[in-house]
Design a binder for this molecule. Structure first.
Ligand code: NDP
Ligand code: 8YV
Length: 330
């Protein structure tokens, strides 16, 4: 045993990056990624000074009840709906996320889902792999063109803006909705126009969701919202499961009240609404929008930087670069 502070890393990441903690901390890395129960989390956090966790680790009052030494929880993700920020702040524990370093990767992936859904890539590949291809008929596998169509973005923050920038190359007008409009200069840079939510739903040919999961955004897209959308529209969700009512979405896709969807996140994931698996007008992926080597490395490095900084080490000593509750530093 050393008298160094202790940091727990809840999943294997990139050992070379996590090794930057070793001069200053006693580091424990879980050997495999799994979902810990509340009591398992509480038991681990009770002995640690810092923790690097992921979205499967839900941390609130119960999990930190005995964490008397814990000073920071660094989340491996920009979304932090797995953390109860109020409870952490009340206990004087800092929380950080991985804002910004994943913007471009997630924006690329949103476009991959958009294009893949528009052109039915996954269904066509499944058909080809099943050995059905003899000669493709002229009218088989017709998708929809993207160029010049209207792109809608619900949640025009860091990632939403990176998605909007890419629309220039596709000649697409961009509409967006947030609770508050962006400054005019940002709108100009994104070639985007603020509209209310109903107009966004009615006018978008492609609607991308990239807003956080909060009590206000749960089922932000349900049956009434889907009913406002064009039957030719494509919905892309790279935000969070629970923002879309997946049951209502499945019904809309099955009945062709919506043309297609590209989904990276699901209500209740890793479980999926069973009806989704039966549809051929949906592209599904297992929450991998930030999963490029470069980005996952950058996310790990940023979580490490946040921990180092809180304990007074590294270039950001004293000020974790992406702290979510800076009030605890005072
Ligand atoms: N699939 C994946 O792997 C990934 C998913 N994500 C998800 O993407 C989310 C967004 O990330 P990021 O762009 O960095 O976050 P930001 O905070 O930069 O942007 C979020 C945007 O959502 C808007 N917003 C928040 N609440 C509402 C609301 N009730 N109604 C309408 N708009 C709202 C905000 O504007 P305003 O405050 O004005 O309302 C803001 O523009 C994350 O929270 C995460 O859940 C992120 C990375 C990877
Ligand atoms: O950043 C987010 O909010 C994400 O949803 C993703 O980047 C996950 O963190 C990633 O899948 C690791 O679990």
């Amino acid at each position: 045993m050393t008298d160094k502070p202790r940091v727990w890393v809840s999943r294997p990441t990139f050992p070379g990056i996590v090794a930057r903690l070793e001069p200053h901390f006693e580091v424990t890395v879980e050997p495999e990624e799994r979902k810990f129960s509340s009591s398992e989390l509480a038991a681990r956090l009770a002995t640690q000074d810092a923790a690097i966790v992921g979205l499967k680790d839900r941390i609130g009052a119960a999990e930190i009840a005995h964490a008397t030494r814990l000073r920071i929880v660094a989340n491996l993700g920009v979304g932090y709906d797995n953390l109860d920020l109020d409870s952490l702040s009340a206990a004087g524990i800092a929380a950080s996320n991985t804002a910004d370093v994943l913007n471009e990767s997630v924006a690329d992936y949103a476009w991959a889902l958009l294009l893949g859904s528009a052109r039915r890539m996954n269904a066509a590949e499944r058909w080809l792999r099943a050995g059905h291809w003899k000669a493709t008929e002229f009218k088989a596998w017709l998708g929809t063109d993207v160029r010049g169509r209207t792109l809608g973005i619900l949640g025009m923050g860091r990632i939403g803006q990176a998605i909007a920038h890419r629309a220039v190359g596709f000649g697409m007008p961009v509409l967006y909705h947030n609770r508050s409009p962006l400054p005019e200069a940002t709108e100009r840079a994104c070639h985007a126009r603020f509209v209310d939510k109903a107009q966004l739903l009615r006018e978008s040919d492609f609607l991308v969701l990239v807003l956080p999961l909060t009590p206000q955004t749960r089922h932000a897209i349900g049956a009434p919202e889907l009913a406002l959308m064009k039957p030719t529209a494509v919905l892309v969700n790279v935000a969070r499961g629970g923002i879309v009512d997946d049951k209502a979405l499945t019904a809309a896709l099955r009945e062709r009240r919506l043309a297609a969807a590209g989904l990276d996140v699901f209500e209740g994931e890793p479980a999926l609404h069973p009806g989704l698996l039966e549809l051929d007008n949906v592209v599904l992926s297992p929450h991998i929008a930030s999963a490029s080597t470069e980005t996952r490395r950058a996310m790990t490095a940023l979580a490490v930087d946040n921990v180092l900084a809180l304990f007074g080490h590294g270039p950001h000593a004293g000020r974790p670069p992406t702290i979510l509750n800076p009030n605890v530093l005072a």
